[in-house]
Design a protein around this ligand. Structure first.
Ligand code: PMP
Length: 414
């Protein structure tokens, strides 16, 4: 791959785009502008080829067979765990539970860590800007235990009010769950600062890393949190992949979440003993091909280098924000000082879904809707927004095409 890096070591977006076959597609006779990467990212050829190679050359179930194919597929699947551990600087591969995505990772913590510990009157602290995946699992376990959710507020600019978050960390709070980056606002939360406050009070902190991983280098040791949930399909890998990183001391004490094959030590009708973490939490046949693809995605990102594409993404965000600000009657939601290239907005007199549909006819893919963040929509008093979410494979020319198309289709609705 490292073709995507010019001979001078500079980030070369033209070469990067050649690595993503789908970006060459036409939609409604126009070349595609894909601005929906926060929903799911496109995949580089290295990922597509890795999945293809797996099915053609070593498809077999993991951890069961001693034959060559079984050994090869197990090595590839377990290799993804090693790569992820290294990628986020975990202390050990045993701290990585492979899951179907962030949703499964947060539910694992909700049912296996929180539920056994929660009592009536306890609280779980979240923030106004959470995705439903970081709200609903906590509500479900709170309901069972007679506990309740507490919400740390944000400002109109879409930044967490850190002092209020810290004030809310009272003794009744048994867990705090915060997104690293907002999928709607693009806000980067000061996770290390929050983790210092939670640790001081002995409250575990779960971080939803879904939207941070595609943009920022993540070092769980430096962040100082307790749980980090991530999803592979936004990270240029296949759908149905993800992971929970958790401190060993928490995983050791967590009972199984799902029962079945692969997660046991011995089974008899009188009782079952369980495997050690992380396999204790990986019942059934996993998405082996998906993790083979995710490994390739991690290699791809490593070769590109966060430092190189981070600066490029910052220039995309600046350009996009300025261009949108120049559109009369356009309101941006989320003007935090620290952001990834994700911009939500509304245009006076035009419904978000209508604009998204008309933009699609211009070959431009943006998302419209509540973005699985109803409470955040309620905070801003709107039912939906449009969201342009970019990745390192997008260009400044695409931004200009998008904004010109927006101005054009808006006139059609006037
Ligand atoms: N959290 C955030 C912030 C997200 O953006 C998403 C995906 N939209 C999720 C959680 C859920 O991820 P997944 O559906 O891959 O489990």
């Amino acid at each position: 791959m490292s073709d995507a890096i010019g001979s001078d070591g500079e980030f070369d977006v033209t070469r990067v785009r050649e690595d993503f076959p789908l970006l060459a597609r036409q939609v409604h006779g126009k070349s595609l502008v894909y601005f929906d990467s926060a929903n799911t990212s496109q995949k580089p050829r290295a990922v597509i080829d890795a999945v293809d190679r797996y099915y053609r050359h070593f498809n077999a179930n993991v951890s069961r067979a001693v034959h060559t194919l079984g050994e090869e597929s197990t090595a590839a699947y377990e290799g993804a765990r090693d790569k992820l551990a290294k990628f986020i600087n975990a202390s050990s591969r045993d701290e990585i539970v492979l899951t179907s995505g962030t949703t499964q990772a947060t539910n694992l913590v909700a049912y296996s860590y929180a539920l056994p510990r929660l009592k009536a009157g306890d609280e779980i602290l979240v923030t106004t800007m959470e995705h439903h995946a970081n709200i609903v699992p906590w509500q479900l376990v709170c309901e069972r235990a007679g506990a309740k959710l507490k919400v740390a507020p944000i400002t109109e600019r879409g930044e967490l009010i850190v002092e209020k978050f810290i004030e809310a960390l009272t003794p009744s709070v048994k867990l705090a769950a915060v997104t690293h980056v907002s999928n709607v606002l693009g806000t980067i939360n000061p996770v290390a600062e929050l983790a210092r406050a939670t640790r001081k009070r002995g409250i575990p902190l779960l971080v939803d890393g879904s939207q941070a991983m595609p943009h920022l280098p993540v070092d769980v040791k430096a962040l100082g949190c307790d749980f980090y949930a991530l999803t592979g399909h936004k990270l240029f890998g296949p759908t149905g992949t993800g992971a929970l990183w958790a401190r060993k001391e928490w995983l050791r004490d967590m009972p199984p979440f799902l029962g079945g094959g692969e997660m046991i030590r011995t089974v008899s009708f009188d009782g079952t003993t369980f495997a050690e973490p992380p396999h204790r939490f990986e019942a059934g046949t996993p998405n082996i091909a998906g993790f083979v693809g995710l490994s390739a995605a991690l290699d791809y990102i490593d070769a590109l280098g966060h430092a190189r594409f981070g600066a490029y993404e910052a220039s995309l965000l600046e350009h996009l924000t300025e261009a949108l600000r120049a559109v009369p009657g356009l309101r941006i939601f989320g003007e935090a000082a620290h952001k990834v290239p994700v911009v939500s907005f509304l245009v006076d007199g035009a419904h978000a879904h209508d604009l998204a549909t008309l933009l699609d006819h211009e070959g431009i893919a943006v998302r419209s809707g509540h973005h699985c963040a109803h409470p955040l929509m309620q905070f801003f008093g709107v039912p939906a927004t449009l969201r342009a979410s970019l990745a390192f494979y997008n260009t400044h020319e695409e931004i200009d095409r998008f904004v010109a198309a927006l101005v054009k289709v808006r006139r059609l609705l006037a």
